[in-house]
Design a protein around this ligand. Structure first.
Ligand SMILES: [Zn+2]
Length: 71
């Protein structure tokens, strides 16, 4: 996976690495982000023709959990 295109900030709860999860078998492919340690999870973002689900999910993850810390 092209993880580098959408860098994720570390988990706000435990500081561990977060990564994209995928379900490519379902009829509607989707992605979400989960912490590799504590299991903190983002909502599911579905892929469609107009939006990149990975970009949406990464934006959500990075914004939501750090919005109070932005400079
Ligand atoms: Zn965590």
């Amino acid at each position: 996976m092209e993880k580098e295109k959408f860098p994720l900030k570390c988990c706000p709860l435990c500081g561990c690495e977060a990564e994209f999860m995928f379900d490519e078998d379902s009829k509607l492919p989707y992605t979400y982000i989960v912490c590799t340690d504590c299991g903190l999870q983002s909502p599911i973002f579905q892929a469609d023709v107009d939006t990149c689900a990975m970009q949406e999910a990464a934006g959500f993850w990075n914004r939501r959990f750090y919005e109070s810390e932005e400079k």
